[in-house]
Design a protein around this ligand. Structure first.
Ligand code: GLN
Length: 486
């Protein structure tokens, strides 16, 4: 296997044994970026010089015996997280020139470990989208077949890991944006429990749903990344004061005594047969590892998309009010009065999907409609949480597909936002309830496109989730497959 295709833990051994240096590794990945980035388009901004300097510093840390678990491992960061001194666009024209004066907490934590940061990964504008086609700086492609979408909104983060353009990356998940692109690109995507990882320095989309999570080549790497970024942060009042276990300890063989719930609603009409076949194989692998299957029901799942597409835009319409041409980013300098300056800066700076969400959200929150939309959606959210409580009384984990279909062809859903929204049907309820979820590769479509299996767990039960994910990976033996980009 080539250097740029290896996992964090494989590279850890090579770095610790001085078989390679971090500078060599970083240069190797930069070469890979030069070779394939034209085809893939995973990055909005590359940070090459600084990454090499960080790699040199990592080599010094390693030589001094100060190396932490991620020391020297080159990573990519979704362009929604603040990076001090490095442009952070959120995929939007309105932030084309925004250079944050501080690091997001997750970025700070990674830097403290000595990780070179290769650049800022492509994303749907303000993380709104499921295909990464709503990006003001070009559309990344699926490394397994570049005529297909890589998924969204953390599409660049997933594509970069799959294509060998970084070792691992961070994404953010508000309604599936880590798990769905991970599923489409054949990598592992983890959405931690709401509150597990600090959101300080994450540009807010929907604050009650947003959570940062890693995209990696295997489950062990996912556990290593969560170890590094999890934990209480006084700068995020929703981060939870709970100890962070060593998640790699959960990666043990065998699932005896664990019950996996199979929710009927996640296998309903509309599920592509190739997805069902791959997920069924994954379930068989979990059973072979000793798990017991039980049938469960989450009856309000079908209302998840409708509730989410009220709640998320409502929160976004409020969060995005700060981009007014005054405090951050783009300002129309030709406007001759304040109201026009606000109006034209926002209408030129935001793309069409973001404007659509602001309109929907503002409408749903306006007096006279609040009860009918926002309040109703919040009540549905409570019912969805209750569903999970009932289901988790009968099982330890929930197992399902991540998406109803494998990746679709670029452009094929662009004129129909509703069909794009419906593709989120199986990831959204997890965010509404604040639960942890993970997407693990479980097979390929007949066309060679990856398919993921989703595991969901009760709040703060990432350990059980990792155990199942690890056993799935062991049972299926497909985690060493890489796309052929020539
Ligand atoms: N696809 C969903 C949306 O467009 C989820 C996005 C996300 O998780 N950031 O809102």
């Amino acid at each position: 296997m080539k250097l740029f295709e290896q996992t964090i833990h494989q590279l850890r051994d090579l770095l610790d044994n001085r078989d390679i240096s971090s500078v060599e590794l970083t240069n190797d990945i930069l070469k890979r970026i030069d070779a394939v980035e034209d085809k893939v388009g995973a990055y909005i901004t590359q940070n090459r010089q600084q990454a090499l300097e960080q790699a040199a510093a990592a080599d010094k840390m390693l030589a001094a015996g100060e190396g932490r678990p991620l020391c020297g491992i080159p990573l990519a960061i979704k362009d929604v997280m603040c990076t001090k001194g490095v442009r952070t666009t959120c995929g939007s024209r309105i932030l084309e020139t925004f250079v944050p004066p501080y690091d997001a907490t997750v970025v700070r934590k990674l830097k403290e470990q000595g990780t070179p940061l290769l650049g800022k990964a492509s994303m749907d504008e303000f993380a709104m989208g499921s295909s990464n086609e709503n990006c003001a700086y070009g559309v990344p492609k699926n490394p397994w077949n570049t005529a297909y979408i890589c998924g969204g909104s953390s599409g660049g983060s997933a594509a970069a890991v799959a294509a060998g353009e970084c070792v691992a990356s961070l994404g953010s998940d508000t309604g599936g944006s880590v798990r769905q692109p991970a599923s489409h690109c054949g990598v592992v995507g983890l959405k931690p429990t709401y509150g597990r990882v600090s959101r300080f320095g994450l540009l807010a989309f929907a604050s009650s749903l947003d959570q940062i999570g890693p995209l990696t080549r295997d489950v062990r790497d996912s556990a290593l990344m969560l170890n590094a970024i999890a934990g209480y942060d006084p700068r995020d009042s929703t981060s939870v004061q709970a100890d962070v276990p060593d998640y790699t300890k959960s990666l043990t063989e065998g699932m005896a005594g664990l019950k996996i719930g199979i929710p009927a609603e996640y296998f309903a009409a509309g599920l592509a047969p190739e997805v069902k076949a791959a997920v069924d194989k994954g379930i068989a692998a979990l059973l072979a590892a000793g798990a017991e299957a039980v049938e469960v029901s989450l009856p309000h799942t079908e209302y998840g998309v409708a509730a989410y597409y009220i709640i998320a835009p409502a929160e976004a319409s409020s969060n995005l009010a700060r981009y007014d041409g005054v405090k951050y980013g783009y300002r129309n300098l030709e406007a001759d009065n304040l109201a026009d300056m606000y109006k034209t800066s926002r209408s030129r700076g935001f793309g069409p999907e973001v404007k659509r969400r602001i309109l929907i959200g503002t409408y749903a929150l306006s007096s006279g409609y609040y009860d009918a939309y926002y309040k109703k959606a919040s009540q549905v959210r409570t019912l969805i949480m209750e569903d999970y409580k009932t289901a988790f009384a009968a099982c330890d984990l929930l197992v399902s597909p991540v998406t109803p279909n494998p990746a679709w062809q670029l452009g094929s859903k662009l004129s129909d936002p509703l069909s794009m929204y419906l593709s989120d049907a199986l990831t959204i309820c997890n965010n509404l309830a604040g639960l942890p979820g993970i997407s693990v590769p479980c097979g390929f479509s007949p066309d060679g496109l990856p398919i993921g299996l989703q595991i969901q767990a009760p709040h703060f039960r990432e350990e059980t989730m990792f155990q199942a994910a690890y056993n799935l990976e062991l049972g299926l033996g497909i985690s060493n497959k890489r796309p052929d980009l020539g």
